[in-house]
Write a protein that binds this ligand. Sequence first.
Ligand code: ZN
Length: 382
Amino acid sequence: MTAKEILAKLVSFDVLSKQNNLSLVNWISDYIRKYDVETVYVYNEEKTQASLHCRIGPALDGGIILSGHTDVVPVKGQPWNTDPFELIEKDGNLYGRGACDMKGYLACFLSVLPQMVAANLSVPIYFAISYDEEIGCLRAPELAEDIKSYYSEKPKYAIIGEPSMMQPIVGQKGILYVETHVNGSQGHSSRIEKEVSAIHESTRLILWLENKMKELARRNTNESFLPPHSTMHVGQIKGGIATNVVAGSTTFQWDVRSIPEDNIMDIVNEYQEYCDELQKEKRKQFPSFKIENTLLHPPVPGLQTDEKASIVDLIGEVTGNTTPSYVAYATEAGQFAEAGFESIICGPGSIEQAHRANEFVSIEQLEFGVQMIENIVKKISI
Ligand SMILES: [Zn+2]
């Protein structure tokens, strides 16, 4: 099958994060097994979702992991011109949810599988296919660990094919999503001096986050990133029931995107200290006042691969793109790096197309992705 044919098949599975992905993973597994390559599932507890990995080539150290995720973000509320789960070709582009982020890359390496199997590889190639990436990169750590424990040899590199226009990306910010819930006292708005408004207290917390961001921007910068400092942003807020009622509860969700110079949990812990102080103060007035913080996923580590690392040379050789760059979005690359693999982001399509209506990957980019994998196969063939 060509990359385009495989991509059409992959896009037809409308599997979002948190949803059962076995039909999609089974299809990929069946495809791989047709080439007499063994596949390994890494299930969730309920056995309703799975990551998958496999090895092509000899059981020798120094292999290359090609990694991508199967889940896609929702299409609800987005103004799509076509069925998002049917791959549509128009004007040199392939439209569909996940075409770019990141079933395109999966299609690239799956389409080169016949050449991999036929080649006499000096080091192995691994496929590492995860799920629930879009809701906080939840499954890459266990997938990377399973690869380390399942195979007796040790892979050296990991190429995470998030859309980068096939440019090598060596750095990404760390990321963490947090939900803050504030419980205040309800009452008539005319009595605001007697009540503790959850909305008013929430604005103090939000301002604290904004001021902390400014302070961090003065303290630590890394010019490789744009913006060159850690950021905090509140993306959702809910609270209150009427203009003349003091708000009894507020919930807001925010993210931290940290440069490698800042520790993401230090920022969150400092915020927690401020929350504790505010809670203590306000309880004098309203004893049930409460601020609760919930981490919506474990912190996703940043990526900081040395620009002189051999993975950068490898990508340069197989793509012709030799200038490493940096991104502010989160991927599984930091987690593969933490697991001990020299990791890089390089994949077809543009991040500008990801997550939006009428997402697409150009045929040119998809073919470039295939070319990169074919060049890797040639390079490591005896
Ligand atoms: Zn992605």
